[in-house]
Design a protein around this ligand. Structure first.
Ligand code: MN
Length: 439
């Protein structure tokens, strides 16, 4: 069984970017966590997956480690387990009685190697103590002789996967063991029904469909982003910043500059990478004056030339050759619910569109597989040539969508998007218009 090493801690607030993290998602998580820690809010930078190749390039270029990996933020039984004193299987009943006197409702019976044997309930103890037998013999009985087998869960089990079992079961106390079967603690029903929740600050995304798995079970405490709004209501008011600039790294760096903080060189380089990556070195139509201004500030601290480093960075993106079709589709893929339908759009940056032509059939097939597997109305890949600044769209989807797309159709599965290079600012808004009015 897989031992989970990345369990979230309810006492920590995580600053985390979207799944399949790109350079901006990694940079803004690291940068914003630094900013918050500097300004008095203790947080930990995190990521929701393996950083893309370009992000890895930027991290090693500026000598930084990737933020902490969180593979999911669902409350687990481990989060609800209270470590509790136990008795050995051969311990006499008074040992368990002493624990009950301390206030424990049930007493776990655990072997010296940590393997749980069962539990002694206070009711079982009361019955043993009132049984018609010689007192000395009664007190000499072992705990294992009256132990019961409790309902047991793995510490790594998600509570939400076991709700119905919990509702059916009659006990209020559950035993929790590690993946290797060792005693972890006891969890009460009331604790399990109100488990601790992960605290997340979302950067570079705000839609839960793009967030770390199980984010719907977490508490979103703040958002800093530059994408379309697509988030559910929160129970409490939260700081929520969506600003349509070229990158989230821009927003983070502006806050650092605004407070006159001394940004370390490596972080400045990483934030610069976030800006240059998202804006295709300030050439994307998403680029604003604020991105240009912050780029200048960051480049100075990082000590790099914007154009030279920008080119290096864009070429560190993995492109298409030597990679599996699935990989190309998944590297920078985002899911959206638009006008009631599920849509998934990947984007890959290439230097020249020829490589795409060679892999076309394979990619179109992989898009179809995804479409079926995930029940998508549209499954697409935006292939952007960063040299000439044009894109093509490969896609599989419902016919009414494909025939409504306002792009030059090259064939059944390929469209010429002309000088469109931004999924966020150009492609997704166009899809909105089509999917929301088109039906
Ligand atoms: Mn971004």
């Amino acid at each position: 069984m897989k031992e989970r090493t990345d369990r979230w801690d309810p006492g920590i607030t995580y600053v985390i970017g979207h799944q399949r993290p790109d350079t901006d998602a990694i940079a803004s998580a690291l940068g914003y966590a630094w900013f918050l820690n500097q300004t008095g809010t203790a947080v930990t930078a995190a990521r929701a997956g393996q950083p893309g190749e370009q992000a890895q390039f930027a991290l090693s270029r500026f000598d930084l480690s990737a933020p902490l990996l969180l593979t999911g933020v669902a409350p687990t039984f481990g989060h609800c387990a209270r470590p509790q004193g136990s008795v050995g299987p051969d311990a006499p009943l008074p040992a368990a009685m002493a624990r009950v006197a301390e206030g424990d409702r049930v007493v776990p019976v655990v072997d010296t190697d940590g393997t749980p044997y069962g539990v002694v309930t206070s009711l079982a103890l009361a019955r043993a103590y009132t049984a018609p037998m010689n007192v000395t013999a009664m007190l000499a009985q072992s705990c294992k002789s009256i132990a019961e087998t409790p309902v047991t869960f793995l510490a790594s089990d998600r509570i939400s996967d076991h709700r119905s079992q919990l509702l059916r079961s009659e006990t209020d106390d559950f035993l929790v063991v590690s993946d290797t079967g060792r005693f972890v603690g006891m969890a009460t029903r009331s604790r399990i029904l109100q488990p601790p929740r992960a605290h997340l600050i979302l950067v570079d995304h705000n839609e839960l469909s793009q967030a770390v798995p199980d984010a719907e079970e977490a508490e979103i405490v703040a958002v800093l982003d530059h994408h379309r709004l697509g988030n559910p209501p929160t129970a409490m008011p939260i700081p929520f910043v969506i600003d349509p600039v070229g990158s989230t790294s821009t927003l983070v760096a502006e806050q650092c500059r605004g407070r006159s903080l001394e940004l370390p060189r490596g972080l400045a380089g990483m934030l610069l990478s976030g800006v240059l990556s998202d804006t295709l070195v300030l050439r994307s139509p998403t680029t604003t004056e604020r991105d240009r201004s912050i780029t200048e500030w960051l480049a100075k601290i990082a000590g790099v030339d914007v154009q030279a480093y920008g080119n290096e960075l864009l070429h560190a993106a993995p492109g298409m050759s030597q990679r599996k079709a699935d990989d190309i589709l998944d590297t920078d893929r985002k899911s959206y619910d638009i006008g009631g339908v599920h849509v998934s759009i990947g984007q890959v940056e290439v230097t020249g569109l020829e490589g795409m032509q060679q892999r076309r059939d394979e990619l179109v097939q992989a898009l179809q597989d995804r479409r079926e597997r995930e029940n998508l109305a549209l499954s697409a890949l935006m292939v952007t040539d960063i040299v000439t600044g044009v894109s093509h769209l490969l896609c599989q989807g419902e016919n009414w969508i494909l025939t409504s797309l306002p792009f030059t159709r090259i064939d059944d599965h390929e469209f010429d998007l002309d000088t469109m290079v931004s999924r966020k600012k150009q492609l997704v808004p166009t899809l909105h218009a089509v999917l929301e009015d088109g039906r």
